[in-house]
Design a binder for this molecule. Structure first.
Ligand SMILES: *Cc1c(COP(=O)(O)O)cnc(C)c1O
Length: 201
């Protein structure tokens, strides 16, 4: 592997936006993106000329950048690796809890199973197809207590590409009771969808 990029604004408790990137060898980036400072005199300074600092302007298209690292620094300082691990593990555990409820229900099925590991659960109403799942999404989002987005996934033979709903868990204060509540809200809306579309289950 030559590089890793991750969105810290997903699960690492920093607000949008903050992406971290590691590269094994920065020379390819520099060859593609760096400006020749000798032709842009105003960019020159002693620290850069001596090689004492890394000039991140040479790693990207714009020259300027916001100080996104500061908020990440404070999160790392206040939570530490131990605290962040605990936060991530809690999110995965809660996703597993939601997944278990979905699994145990006769209304829904979990799709793309290993997703709970990323604190994300993809699921859908077992019956009623895309129409039912889109209605369920709109019903939940209009009610406003939870917010879900959908995606289209290829569910394989006999199914093809289908609409599924995604429950993402990211908040610091999330606890079991919120997951229980989310499932109960999803289940009740699922029952209403079946009722409305005349789906037998
Ligand atoms: C977050 C996310 C995006 C958007 O990435 P940003 O860097 O936040 O713009 C796109 N696709 C998926 C699956 C994501 O989770």
């Amino acid at each position: 592997m030559d590089s890793i990029v991750l969105n810290c604004h997903k699960k690492l408790l920093v607000s949008f936006d903050c992406a971290a990137m590691w590269v094994r060898d920065r020379s390819a980036l520099l060859a593609a993106l760096s400006l020749d400072a000798t032709k842009n005199e105003y960019l020159r300074n002693a620290a850069s000329d001596s090689g004492a600092v890394i000039d991140y302007k040479d790693w990207q298209l714009p020259l300027g950048r916001r100080f996104r690292a500061l908020k990440l620094y404070f999160v790392l300082k206040s939570f530490g690796a131990v605290g962040l691990r605990a936060h991530i593990r809690n999110g995965v555990r809660l996703a597993q809890r939601f997944e278990d409820s979905i699994d145990a229900s006769s209304l829904f099925e979990v799709v793309a199973k290993p997703k709970a590991r990323f604190a994300l659960v993809c699921f859908r109403l077992l019956k009623g197809g895309d129409e039912a799942n889109e209605l369920l999404r709109d019903m939940l989002n209009d009610a406003g207590e939870i917010h879900l987005i959908h995606t289209r996934l290829n569910l394989g033979e006999g199914e093809g590409v289908r609409t599924v709903l995604r429950l993402a868990i990211g908040g610091l204060e999330m606890q079991d009771q919120h997951i229980n509540r989310a499932f109960s809200v999803v289940r009740l809306a699922g029952l209403r969808v079946c009722d409305q579309l005349g789906i037998q289950f």
